[in-house]
Design a protein around this ligand. Structure first.
Ligand SMILES: NC(=O)c1ccc[n+]([C@@H]2O[C@H](COP(=O)([O-])OP(=O)(O)OC[C@H]3O[C@@H](n4cnc5c(N)ncnc54)[C@H](O)[C@@H]3O)[C@@H](O)[C@H]2O)c1
Length: 278
């Protein structure tokens, strides 16, 4: 899909991968709405792009709050008086915890933001996209965690996160099927390790789910050695332009997770068929 001249909404666009996507879109001539719970940072991010002579605006969005989605839809369509053709459901949060040790509050928060946030984005924008008839794309950010379970996940650091990202993958596959034959296409991003602020996600935890907290596990995972968010954004947008459904950022990381999962499941199915003769 040609992104130039389109209006594109990027959730979680104030930081990391989202900002990388926003910058890559704007540099290709898209008009970008940076929507984020960190309003100030979204406004600064949009200004940074405008300083480059690009078209961008920032707006508050809390992906679990329907009223803020409704406001975003109005702002996005009204700012350039043009319908939204691209939605990147990129906002997401990480949280530590084993399968039995993660707190119920954290589990609910991670699923609300990472899964329900994506659903609310689609529910907000898809009807107008389908009714408008213009070429449109909705791209959800899952993770390499949605392709299996990375070996780097040791010490029980991500039961809620990995489970939620598998849900985003399932939802994205359903989107592709539900939108087949229409003007709306779907995509799912499965990033490998990218240098962002994800390890400090609790900074944005809502009061209902325990409130904000500064959590740094950066010592365990040296984020600075990972792919920069801007490089990830460039690659993601290139794959969006190529109309890819599965979208990756790094390569070897995602491939290793996918290959391990596929090999184990394929071997298990072969053993099952041999046992039952089916
Ligand atoms: N960094 C990685 O290695 C990596 C790998 C795989 C997937 N991802 C995914 O990439 C996406 C972007 O994360 P990132 O790594 O750039 O982290 P980040 O923390 O740098 O960016 C996330 C952005 O989402 C925003 N956000 C958080 N909660 C929100 C809410 N309720 N409503 C609206 N905005 C909210 C944050 O303010 C922030 O700007 C996430 O979905 C994450 O799960 C990241």
């Amino acid at each position: 899909m040609d992104v130039s001249g389109t209006v594109a909404v990027v959730t979680g666009g104030a930081s990391g991968i989202g900002f990388g996507i926003a910058a890559a879109l704007a540099r290709r001539g898209a008009k970008v709405v940076i929507a984020d719970i960190e309003t100030e940072r979204a406004l600064v991010a949009a200004e940074r792009l405008r300083d480059e002579g690009l078209e961008a605006t920032g707006v508050f969005l809390d992906v679990i709050d329907e009223a803020s989605w409704a406001n975003l839809a109005q702002v996005a369509a009204g700012h350039w008086d043009q319908p939204v053709q691209l939605l990147f459901n990129n906002a997401g949060v990480g949280a530590p915890g084993t399968v039995h040790g993660v707190s119920r509050q954290t589990w609910e928060w991670v699923f609300k933001v990472n899964v329900e946030g994506v659903y609310l984005g689609v529910r907000t924008f898809a009807p107008a996209m389908l009714a408008g008839g213009l070429p449109c794309r909705i791209v959800n950010t899952a993770s390499e965690h949605a392709l299996g379970l990375p070996d780097s996940v040791t010490g029980g650091i991500s039961a809620a996160y990995t489970s939620a990202k598998h849900a985003v993958m399932g939802y994205s596959l359903c989107m592709r099927r539900d939108f087949a034959g229409t003007n709306v296409s779907a995509g799912v991003v499965c990033p490998g390790p990218v240098a962002t602020d994800i390890w400090n996600s609790f900074r944005n935890r809502h009061g209902d789910f325990g409130g904000p907290r500064t959590l740094k596990v950066e010592g365990e995972v040296p984020m600075s050695r990972n792919l920069p968010g801007t490089a990830a954004g460039e690659r993601i947008v290139e794959q969006v332009e190529a109309d890819d459904f599965f979208i990756f950022t790094n390569g070897p990381n995602e491939a290793a997770v996918l290959e391990a999962f596929t090999a184990e499941a394929t071997a298990a199915m072969a053993a099952f068929r041999a046992r039952y003769g089916v």
